[in-house]
Design a protein. Structure first.
Length: 337
């Protein structure tokens, strides 16, 4: 279906609001995107990450009174890292696809940001983190949109990054915790997980509600139960800071990636600040049930993961080959053998 986005302008290579920011706590700080966050400086070229999506990527909190994007915490925790954030609040994956070539997409709170394809004309990240689909889920019943249709939109959005020769990381988006929307969300989560396992350009798949549990600890989600609180955004950023470097190293080392000349994969994986370098992990993809204690419950089911070589000590997860602690709930990571 064709969509007309308000205030959409053709991409001319000049992106509005492309500026660094250190602490975007207020609405105005995310009004012009992309916004860039930088960790500690160093002699090596930093790992470059692009976070793209909707209000969950923008860090929408407290009904829009403040914005605390997880990308800021990701950059600060990793240290040697540059993170670019573009989160279009209220926009569906379908609308992001329709506006992929434009330099100005206006979201529902009046913030502006470029389409993904336009953004990748000026950005050369090592990986793109795409979190989209929650707003599609919100329209699934009124517009009769199936989980399979939303999956196709998510896949096409990832394909924008893949065509640029850049690997992506996929997420299962959150939704309401009960009712018919929840049924569609659970089906979509399984579809995205299964697709991510088979798509070689997808470095990993994570379920947001496992990285940011609803059941324990409390206070990680806002009262609308769809958006993460400031604490939840911080939790997500810290968890991804421990996961992304190892995932990206494994993907670059084990997958034959066809890339464009301008975006050849780089071995720029930085460990979190204070963490010694680790050998590249070699994981076997396998599904294991996780304990319920201290973990999120998805409906009545304990969360699941595709991950091997994991040990558990005092409610902290460690990847055995890297010995990097993963704060909180386990993720559904897809890593090649």
């Amino acid at each position: 279906m064709a969509i007309t986005l308000p205030s959409a302008a053709p991409c001319n290579g000049l992106l509005p609001g492309a500026h660094p920011a250190s602490a975007p706590n207020l609405k105005a700080d995310m009004s012009a995107m992309p916004v860039r966050f930088h960790g500690s400086s160093g002699n090596r070229e930093p790992l470059k990450v692009l976070c793209y999506g909707d209000s969950l990527t923008a860090g929408y909190c407290n009904s829009g009174a403040s914005f605390h994007p997880y990308g800021r915490v990701l950059a600060e925790t990793l240290g040697h890292c540059s993170v670019t954030v573009c989160g279009l609040s209220g926009r569906t994956a379908e609308e992001m696809l329709a506006g992929q070539q434009t330099s100005r997409i206006v979201d529902v709170v009046g913030h502006m940001g470029p389409g993904l394809a336009c953004l990748l004309e000026s950005e050369t990240p090592n990986v793109v983190l795409i979190l989209a689909g929650t707003n599609d889920l919100g329209q699934s019943l009124t517009n009769n949109v199936s989980a399979e249709a939303i999956l196709e939109r998510v896949k096409q959005l990832h394909a924008v990054s893949h065509r640029a020769g850049i690997a992506s990381i996929a997420f299962s988006p959150p939704s309401l915790v009960e009712g018919p929307y929840r049924v569609i969300q659970q089906k979509l989560a399984a579809l995205i997980r299964d697709w991510a396992r088979m798509e070689p350009m997808v470095a990993a798949h994570f379920d947001i509600e496992e990285l940011v549990p609803r059941a324990f600890p409390s206070g990680l989600w806002d009262s609308d139960v769809i958006h993460m609180s400031m604490a939840g955004q911080h939790r997500l950023g810290r968890s991804l800071a421990h996961l992304v470097p190892s995932v990206l190293s494994a993907h670059q080392s084990t997958c034959a990636v066809s890339v464009s000349p301008r975006s050849s994969p780089r071995s720029l994986v930085s460990s979190p600040a204070g963490t010694p370098p680790s050998p590249v992990p070699m994981f076997v993809q396998k599904t294991l049930a996780t304990p319920k204690s201290g973990m999120a419950l998805i409906g009545t089911r304990a969360p699941r993961m595709a991950h091997a070589n994991v040990q558990r000590y005092d409610q902290r997860c460690f990847m055995r080959s890297t010995n990097v602690p993963i704060a909180g709930a386990r993720a559904t990571a897809v890593m090649a053998q």
